[in-house]
Design a protein around this ligand. Sequence first.
Ligand code: DAH
Length: 357
Amino acid sequence: MTSNSSTQTMQEALRQLESETLTALAALSDVLSLEELRVSVLGRKGTLTQILRSLKEVPAEERSAVGSMANGIQDGLNQAIDQKKQSLQASKWQAQITTEALDVTMPGRVRTPGVLHPLTLVTEEICDIFRLMGFHVIDDTLCPEVETDYYNFEALNFPADHPARDMQDTFYTHVGPEVLLRSQTSNAQIRHMEAHQPPVQVVVSGRVYRNEEVSSRKNVLFHQLEGLWVDENVSMADLKGVLHRFVALFFGEERPTRFRSSYFPFTEPSAEMDVQCILCTGAGCRTCGHHGWLEILGAGMVDPNVLQGVKIDPEKYVGFAFGVGIERMAMLKYGIDNIRAFYTNDQRFLTQFRGLS
Ligand code: DAH
């Protein structure tokens, strides 16, 4: 090859390479292929590098012209590749911005935090008051809702066929004549005293069931809190003192209450406590059955027969017990005139108790 022809061939090869590379570059659409192209042309074993290596074949006097042409092409291609890289990166980000765009004007989802049920709130408040007076709050799993006749009645001094059983319309089950849904939380007294010798000073709350006609004041399912204090020197005066203090702390000192004598087979003497109706403040309304008063609890001195039945010596120990109706307490505190409001899960009713815990 003459010096002239080798120079020409080289210049042509350079031009061709330049134009082929630019065409390929224009057609590229991703950064990875761009890098492959750069390596194949400008890399250590790339086409342009190969051509530059054969520069020594060009006659010395023409070498610098061809050399500077080759350098110019190399710089130009490097620049074009960098530009392409930037534009590919920019369009990638653009695509990302479009596909991942957030509509910041879209209204958010309102998540209202849950609230404790008013019966839970009231039960907790009552338990706190009794804690203040030295009572232990015991676990309600100790006294089952599906109970035997023995714990619901017999051990509480309701002998079989005793007319006092009719005071509570009981749901019996198909499991057997002895198995029922407890009609009172007083079963907890027996279960607790069977396992603990005095001193005993406890409260326990739970669900009870009665086969009653549902009305604004009565439901087939409701809640009670049972209390029991057995020790050597517990008296009727203690019972009155504890219950008056409890009612005053729950409703406020100014709320009128009254204490009436009553009858329960498992207490002697027995009493009931009424609170003046908040809805009619004594004048009489549907909620209080036009009496002006609502009964909130039954109580009394534990009958010696009951203590004997659980192997506690009635000569040595005395005690008092009480059973509070939770729904009644809540209705009287918050002026709720329909007991069914507690069970229908109406958000408008339930959310009114937000922030009361
Ligand atoms: N268990 C009774 C009822 O449901 C309420 C009661 C009365 C509970 C007197 C007691 C008590 O502990 O001593 O009607």
